[in-house]
Write a protein that binds this ligand. Sequence first.
Ligand code: MV4
Length: 445
Amino acid sequence: MLKKILIANRGEIALRVIRTCREMGIKTVAVYSTADKDSLHVKFADEAVCIGRPQSTDSYLNIPHLMAAAEITNADAIHPGYGFLAENARFAQICGEHGIKFIGPKPEMITAMGDKITAKETMIKAGVPVVPGGGGLLESVNHAKGVAKEIGYPVILKATAGGGGKGMRVVWEESELENAFNTAKQEAAASFKNDGVYMEKFVEEPRHIEIQIAGDRYGKVCHMSERDCSIQRRHQKLVEESPSPFMTNDLREKMGEAAVKAAMAINYESVGTIEFLVDKHKNFYFMEMNTRIQVEHCVTEEVTNFDLIKEQIKIASGESISGRNYYPEMHAIECRINAEDPYNDFRPSPGKITVLHQPGGHGVRIDSHIYAGYVIPPYYDSMIGKIISIARTRQEAINTMSRALSEYVIEGVKTTIPFHQQLMRNENFRKGNFTTKFLDDFNML
Ligand code: MV4
C-alpha cells in the first residue's frame, strides 16, 4: 500500500485528493508556486514544498522541480489531479523511472488516446461507434475536398493532437474548405506543434454525454454510468449532471458497453472517461477518452456512492475492482463556480475574496479551496470551486441547487453564481431540453 502521495496540482482538486488520502491513512505532500503559498492545500497537507515561480511552466508543469520535491520528501507516488501534467505520458514515464508510482494509467495508454486519429482507429477495431468520416490524416486541400464529398457537408476539421475543441473548424460547403483547412493546420501547429488534421461528418446540435469507467491491471473494466456535460461555453463546461435527462436504460446499456469495450481495447488501468456525442436520434459516437480524473467526477461519486479518488489510488496500488457496473441511485448536479463575470463575456475576475459564506444543508456538497481573505491569483484557471446538489429526482436536485446558490455569498470578485441561478430557473433547462448549443442561444440579459 502507498504511504505518502505527492499531489502535483493546486486548488480544489489538490484538496480533494488530500481529503481522501487522510481518510485512507496516507501521508500527503503539497507542492505550491510562490503565488499559492497561502493556499488551503498547502495548509491541509502533511508537508509542503515550494516548486517555483507563479507561471505554471516554472512550477506545476516543471517536471524536474516536481521530481526533486518527491525525492526530498520520500513520496512513493504522485497524484497529478486534472490539467497540468495529468495526461502527459512523458511525466508518467519519468515517475516510473524514478520508482515513483504515477496514480493514473501507464504512459502507453495516455499516448494511445492522445493522438485522436490513432484513438479513432483503435475504437473502430474495437467495434466502438465513431463519427463517420475520412478518418486518416488529410494530406492536402484536394484530399480534404475528396473526403468531404464522400461524407457530405457539413464536415468538421479537427487536430489529431488536439482535444477539447482547440483548432476545430466546421465547414458547411466546399467553397469554405480551403480556407478552413489552412487555418486549422496553422492553429494546430501553433497550439500542439503538430499540424495533423482529420475530418468527420459534423453532428448538428449534439449532446455531450460521457461514461465514467474504471479498469484494473487484471483486465477487468466496469462503467459507472454517464454524466451529461452539454451545458458548455466555448468548450468550457459549466454544469454537469448524472443521470442525463436524455438517457434511457437501453441507451445506457449500449453506451456503457461501448465505453467498457473502448477501455478494454487499450487494457486501460485506472479511472477514466469515454466522451460521446449523442444526436437527436440517440445515435452515439466516440469522441475522445480522458485518461485522468475529471473536474465533474463528483456527480458520479454522489449518484453511485463511490470515492473515485480512493478507487484510483487502490487501482494504482494493485487492488482489483469488482467488475460489475454501477447505476445512478440519486440525481446530482454540479455547477462550476468560476471567478469570472458572466455579464461581461465571462471575463476572469481574480482578486481578494473579502466576504464568504458557503451554503450547506441537506443534499449539498461544496468542493472548494477558497476562504475569506483568500486572494485568487491571476495565473491559473478561474474555477474556484464546485457546488453539487444531490436529491432523489432531477426536479428536487434543481430546487436544492437553487436554494444553495441563493445562500452563496462571495464578495470581492465576480463569479458565475448569478449565471447558475438564472440557468436553474430556465424552462428548457428544467425540462432537460438542451444540447451543446444551449448556451449559444441563452441570452443572459
Ligand atoms: C464534434 C461536433 C460535431 N460533430 N464532432 C468539441 C470538443 C471536442 N472534443 C469535439 N467537439 C465537437 N466535436 C463532430 N463530428 C461538435 C463538437 C462540439 C462540442 C462537443 C461537446 C460539447 C460542446 C461542443 C461545442 C461545440 C462543438
